[in-house]
Structure formats: C-alpha cells, structure tokens
Design a protein. Structure first.
Ligand code: PDD
Length: 280
C-alpha cells in the first residue's frame, strides 16, 4: 500500500513519524474518514469542512488548502486502485523535539498522514441485511466530542465490551440519554418519525447524519432532533446508526431486547437505499 506522510508518497513500511509526535504522545490530533464507492469519494466537502473546524477549535495550523487535501485523496485512490474502501486522514500538532504539555511554537509543522483501506463490496455489507446488536455503556468521554480527535481509547474499549457481551457495538449513555455509538450516530424510529439526538458538544456532528437527515426531509419523512433513552429505543419500531464506514446500518437489538420485529425495518432500509443512491 502507498501512503502519504508529510509531503511524500511512500510504501507503508517506509513511512515514519517522530516518537515525539504529539498525536502519539498526547492524542493531540484530529482525523477524518471518507468512504470511496466505485472509485468516487463520498462527501469530501463535508469531511474537509469538519476537519477545518476540528483544527480551528484546537488551534492546530491547517497544513494546506482543501484542494491540496483533495488531490492527495485522489492520488491515493488511484495509486492503490481503490474501488470501494475508506481513506483515513490524520493531522496532529506535529513533533517538537521533546515532550512538553505546553503547545510547541508555531514553527512546528503539523504532521499529515493519509492511508487507504480497501473494502471490496463496502456498500453490500451482510450486516446491513441482518442488522447489528448493541449494548449500552456509560459515556465517560471528554466534553468536546464535536471535535474529531484521535482520543479513541474509550470508544475502542466500548467496542470490546460489546464483543465480550456477544454484541456488535455500544451506544453510550449520559445523564440517562443516548449520546451516540462508539463510531457512529444513533437513531430510533417511532411510527414514521426519525429521532436522533440534537447537535451539541456531546456528539460528533456526523457528515453521514447531515446527509441522511437532508434526504429524509426531502422524502417528506418527519425528523425530530432530540435526546432519547435506552428504554425508549428498546420500545421503538426501528433503530439504526450512520457513519462514513457503515452508511445507514440497522440496529435490531439493544441490551438483549429486540427492536421492533428484530429485523431491519422499512425506514432504515429505505434510508440506506436513498443514501447510497444519492451520494454515489
Ligand atoms: N467515525 N460519532 C462518532 C463518535 C464517530 O467516530 C463517527 C465516525 C460518527 C459518524 O460521523 P460520520 O458520519 O461523519 O462518519 C459519529 C469514523 C467513521 C471512524 O472513526 O472510523
């Protein structure tokens, strides 16, 4: 695989980042994951806007213009022959010559790393036909989840807790309400109304979320942006999650209780079809 690091395209085995990189030492960095379907980048503009916002909230210098970032994405897709898959992009505050809690001087160049993940048939995932099972766990992450930082230890532990419990993923709960999944936004459907938590600092502002809600409204579906509890979700007609890597993924079980018929529901199935059709 050819990867990109700080201005160079290199074989992955030759790509190197300093041991003093603040992404490595302090999780001082942000990232984006953009999907590729049929060689086409899905919603690059949304991802690059969110990247810009994450960088500016953390006062990390933007290393290059969106045009240049887009060019790197395209180049990696071409060099690695990606039909379906993901592109991971990470930007950190860079590598000063030592470890220090204080931010380094402005001369420190941000570190820029991108790589591809080939996933043939990404849009035809078998899980979309069966749906996934989730468990609930407390949300103990920091208070700025609207910034897409590389602090992914707790979400990663959540995924492992889910697997240990025989489930696929975890929904995080704070003050009695679901915030989001470990790496996706969470939704329920009651009757014909789609319910998902309102935007705020408590959740990541999903790029897929924005697109799906727009398509839902265009299709005259009712959308309510508000918090919901695990009990409300278990009693809902349907549940699902969205992300750049799973698109729209039905959730059929929450903490052992079947949602609706325990199979992917018509609203989630329809939204998945619309999303894939409209964004390809
Ligand atoms: N995760 N919430 C969290 C906590 C996420 O990590 C993600 C994305 C989302 C969905 O955002 P989007 O629709 O823009 O992908 C919501 C990516 C896919 C990841 O970490 O791999």
């Amino acid at each position: 695989r050819t990867v990109y690091v700080n201005g160079e395209y290199l074989p992955e085995t030759e790509a190197k980042v300093s041991i003093f990189d603040r992404g490595f030492l302090m999780a001082d960095g942000v990232y984006e994951v953009t999907s590729v379907l049929g060689g086409k980048l899905i919603d690059f503009e949304g991802h690059s806007k969110r990247l810009e916002r994450s960088l500016s909230e953390l006062q990390i210098r933007k290393p290059m213009e969106n045009e240049a970032l887009l060019e790197i994405h395209r180049e990696l897709v071409a060099r690695n022959g990606i039909e379906d898959g993901l592109i991971y992009m990470q930007i950190t505050r860079g590598a000063p010559g030592d470890r220090d809690f204080a931010f380094p001087s402005d001369e420190t160049e941000p570190t820029v790393v991108l790589f591809t993940q080939s996933k043939p048939g990404l849009a035809d995932s078998p899980a979309a036909k069966t749906g996934i099972k989730v468990i609930s766990i407390p949300d103990i992450r920091w208070g700025r989840r609207d910034i897409k930082t590389v602090q992914l230890l707790y979400p990663s532990m959540g995924k492992m807790m889910a697997k240990a419990a025989g489930a696929d993923d975890a929904w995080m709960v704070e003050e009695g309400a679901v915030t989001e999944g470990t790496s996706n936004n969470a939704y329920i459907v009651k009757g014909s109304t789609i319910i998902t938590r309102q935007l705020g600092k408590e959740i990541l502002h999903g790029i897929t979320r924005a697109a799906v809600l727009r398509f839902a409204r265009e299709a005259q579906m009712k959308v309510e942006e508000r918090a919901f509890t695990i009990e409300e979700a278990q009693a809902a007609d349907e549940a699902f999650v969205t992300s750049a890597s799973t698109f729209v993924m039905p959730v059929v079980e929450i903490d052992g209780a079947s949602v609706g018929q325990g199979t992917p529901g018509p609203v989630a199935t329809r939204l998945r079809e619309i999303y894939l059709e409209e964004s390809r």
